[in-house]
Design a binder for this molecule. Structure first.
Ligand code: FMN
Length: 356
């Protein structure tokens, strides 16, 4: 079975490198307009850093979970760790299930700590594995990479379309209650289809520390699985889910949790918009994967560009630091506005809840 999982992971990566696996749907951030200001600050003094679960990082940008559990994954994770070290950004690994089943597969994850003891690292396990593994085993995933936080990914669309997928999600959420004894923050995460406010509330009740919406607008696993299985019936799910900007707002409105915006985030202006809406941080996967396969320098170059765009957006919203960007004024229009109104969320009040 291990070999099957490993082969499947390599297949996913190859498809993501060779095919267009992004949904045609936008991430919704085109409907968020930051109000352009006359700056009363110096560009060179702008500070993009934040405190991320107790550690200072360069900018509110996470390298989202991608992989591990095969040689290709080792190369990718090595380059990601080198980039994360150079930039001081958090790095998440892909699902560690395979390495929990068979120790031989640990190296592609452990390589990260050989490269840096200091970076903020996020462990990763699927919600359905909470049925498969006892808490001690989840702690093992954390210890394997001396992780600073744990992602629990929730991927029902992917599991239901994947031939080998686990299609029984019953009683998984309750299992989160058992994780209270873990020594790191727990972040619940989608993989490209977003969360709605009803589920965000349930996550909060089960005691997670944060939500990563991983919403609609970027990589979509219905498309990835379509390329594996060539089943036309999957096409109806290519645009399925809740746009990242919408999901971010729903989770912010419904809970007091920290909310991370990811799913189709591709540039620093989108990062700035997410932060101004109230995101704790943002995350990027696919563009980083496509660069990490070549070199860590390519990843660094891309992320430096994203951070520069964020800084320019901060200058133009008169924000000296991320706290001030959180107070930047904005407008919510179009599809996102309509969606929020239909969901009885007071759009104007939400947009203005943090006044200058
Ligand atoms: C090849 C590949 C593998 C992934 N594997 C995982 C995983 O193991 N665990 C997880 O939480 N997310 C995984 N993801 C999902 C990403 O972390 C992210 O949520 C998703 O790709 C949407 O972000 P993007 O549009 O920036 O790619 C994977 C994504 C890709 C492209």
């Amino acid at each position: 079975m291990n070999e099957d999982i490993s082969l499947r992971k390599v297949e996913h990566i190859k498809i993501c490198l060779e095919k267009n696996v992004e949904t045609e749907s936008s991430n919704g951030f085109e409907d968020i307009i930051l109000i352009h200001r006359v700056p009363n600050i110096s560009y060179d003094k702008i500070d993009t850093s934040i405190d991320f679960f107790g550690k200072k990082i360069l900018a509110p940008i996470i390298i989202s979970p991608i992989t591990g559990g095969h040689e290709l994954g080792e190369r990718i994770n090595r380059n990601l760790a080198l980039a994360a070290k150079e930039l001081n950004l958090p790095l998440a690994v892909g699902s560690q299930r395979i390495a929990l089943i068979n120790k031989e597969y640990r190296r592609s994850f452990e390589i990260i700590r050989e490269i840096s003891r200091d970076i903020f690292v996020i462990a990763n396990i699927g919600i359905t594995q909470l049925k498969e593994f006892p808490v001690e085993k989840i702690q093992e995933a954390i210890d394997m990479i001396d992780a600073n936080a744990l992602y629990i990914h929730v991927n029902p669309l992917q599991e239901v379309l994947q031939k080998e997928g686990d299609k029984d999600f019953s009683n998984c959420l309750e299992k989160i209650d058992d994780l209270k004894g873990l020594n790191v923050p727990i972040i619940i995460k989608e993989v490209g289809n977003g969360f709605c406010m009803e589920d965000a509330k349930i996550f909060e009740e089960h005691g997670v520390d944060a939500i990563d919406v991983a919403g609609l607008g970027g990589t979509n696993f219905a498309i990835v699985e379509y390329f594996r299985n060539k089943r036309d019936i999957y096409r109806e799910f290519f645009n399925w889910g809740i746009k990242t900007a919408v999901s971010l707002i729903e989770c912010l409105v419904a809970t007091k949790l920290k909310v991370i915006a990811s799913g189709g985030i591709r540039n620093g202006v989108e990062v700035a918009k997410a932060i101004a809406l109230g995101a704790y941080a943002t995350g990027i996967a696919l563009p980083i994967l496509r660069l990490a396969i070549h070199s860590h320098e390519d990843v660094v170059k891309y992320l430096k560009g994203v951070i520069e765009q964020l800084k320019i957006a901060m200058f133009l919203t008169n924000s000296r630091n991320i706290e001030e960007l959180r107070n930047a004024n904005l407008i919510i229009k179009g599809f996102v506005k309509e969606w929020l109104e239909l969901r009885d969320i007071d759009v104007k009040r939400f947009a203005k809840r943090r006044k200058i």
